[in-house]
Design a protein around this ligand. Structure first.
Ligand code: F3S
Length: 421
């Protein structure tokens, strides 16, 4: 059994030198380190905290956060939040009742008292000042962001839980195990994809199939780069490569528990390590069509659509302009939400893209998403989406029926009110 070594400073935090709030955070980080056989803690560059919606936290979660803030816990590193259950500035306009909206705002205040920036997005890596660097250690909790940071950017994070990410932010460290180590990052499966992939939805469907096959392992896609343009130097705008990769990662994480994938000749560690990235016992998987995924993610009985949801993970500017181009000057027959980061929304307002979508009757919604918003309270029963992760979670989390297809199919449904195959 390995021993977790702490520096004198870490031992002091554990012994309460900076108060009970910090002590409790250190206890969480140290306990996880001991459970998973870590031998040391490692400083982190940032933390991303999930489990922020009042829908998930309830009053017990709010009290827990308030108590931690009262006990003097403060983040030592840049830290941000996953989406909550509503848009901060426009929740009344969204139809959110006060008995949800008010405690939700109290949740965010508790995080702010702990020094966490109220930036509520699952794509922090699309914001210019939040992009992790290769090799940096992080404590990120949002599963889709974890995959993107590990796989596409070459940063290092485990799939933290909300409380452990917050604890890591408070002590500025995480336990070094799993994806923080070279060994944990080697590929366990080689995936050969022999069918074409034409859209973001196709990448989500691929993630559904491979996620279910590999569970929490590390797939390496042998030949995927033929369906991906080069990754741009500046990823903050999004675009085909970024949007396909963020969707693939989100789907792998939702349908499996994937935290890291590689693409031969494309993602940074695969480019550098080549074949030596594969474990000797790596298994081989072939995906020759996406039909089963499309069938599994579509509720065939649903024709009338209440809400079309785009932006899971949160939409990039490239995705917002695509939606704007498809609906400009037309009139929608369903609700349409394009969910995104607040700063991305502001940038899209400056370009006039939000106005095009909102003039057609849609909304570009910041701070939230269709999985964490209280859809049933808003009277929504059926959702069409191009996001595999929404198709995975929305039925159970929000009690809605889902149709899954391409962006164009979804917006056709928004314009007609009905899903057409
Ligand atoms: Fe993000 Fe919500 Fe999807 S947190 S990844 S938009 S389920």
């Amino acid at each position: 059994m390995s021993t977790l070594h702490l520096t004198p400073e870490e031992r002091a935090l554990l012994n309460g030198a900076e108060g009970t709030g910090v002590q409790q955070a250190m206890e969480i980080v140290v306990t996880l380190g001991r459970i998973y056989g870590a031998t040391e803690l490692v400083p982190i560059a940032s933390a991303h905290i999930s489990g922020v919606s009042y829908k998930n936290l309830g009053d017990a979660g709010l009290e827990f956060l308030d108590r931690w803030a009262d006990e003097g816990a403060r983040s030592r590193v840049p830290a941000w939040l996953n989406p909550m259950g509503m848009e901060a500035a426009r929740w009344r306009e969204m139809g959110i009742p006060a008995d949800f909206g008010e405690p939700q705002l109290e949740v965010i205040e508790a995080f702010q008292r702990m020094g966490v920036t109220p930036e509520l997005t699952c794509t922090p890596y699309l914001l210019p000042d939040h992009i992790p660097q290769r090799g940096q250690h992080l404590a990120w909790a949002e599963s889709s962001a974890v995959v993107f940071a590990n796989s596409v950017l070459g940063a290092r994070t485990n799939r933290e839980g909300g409380p452990s990410a917050l604890a890591s932010a408070i002590v500025g460290r995480t336990a070094r195990f799993g994806y923080h180590l070279d060994e944990g990052r080697r590929a366990t499966h080689v995936v050969e994809v022999t069918c074409p992939l034409h859209s973001v939805a196709d990448f989500g469907a691929l993630g559904q199939i491979v996620g279910q096959r590999v569970g929490g392992c590390v797939p390496c896609f042998a030949d995927l780069r033929q369906w991906l343009p080069l990754l741009p130097r500046d990823i903050t705008y999004g675009g085909e490569a970024v949007d396909r990769l963020k969707t693939l990662g989100a789907s792998l994480a939702a349908y499996g528990a994937v935290a890291l994938f590689h693409i031969a000749g494309y993602t940074p560690e695969a480019v550098d390590a080549g074949e030596s990235l594969l474990r000797v016992d790596a298994r081989h998987i072939v995906v020759d069509n996406l039909k089963t995924a499309y069938e599994a993610m579509n509720d065939a009985d649903v024709l009338d659509i209440d809400l079309v949801s785009i932006g899971c993970p949160h939409a990039s500017l490239a995705e917002i302009v695509q939606v704007a181009d498809l609906v400009r000057g037309r009139r929608l027959q369903t609700q349409l939400w394009v969910t995104t980061a607040r700063r991305t929304r502001e940038a899209a307002v400056a370009e006039g893209w939000v106005q095009s979508i909102e003039s057609a009757g849609g909304r570009v919604v910041a701070d939230t998403c269709t999985v964490v918003a209280p859809l049933r309270i808003l009277g929504i029963r059926s959702v069409a989406t191009n996001a595999a992760k929404t198709a995975c979670y929305a039925p159970a989390h929000s009690g809605v029926h889902v149709r899954f297809g391409t962006l164009e199919q979804c917006l056709e449904a928004a314009l007609s009110g009905r899903w057409s195959a």
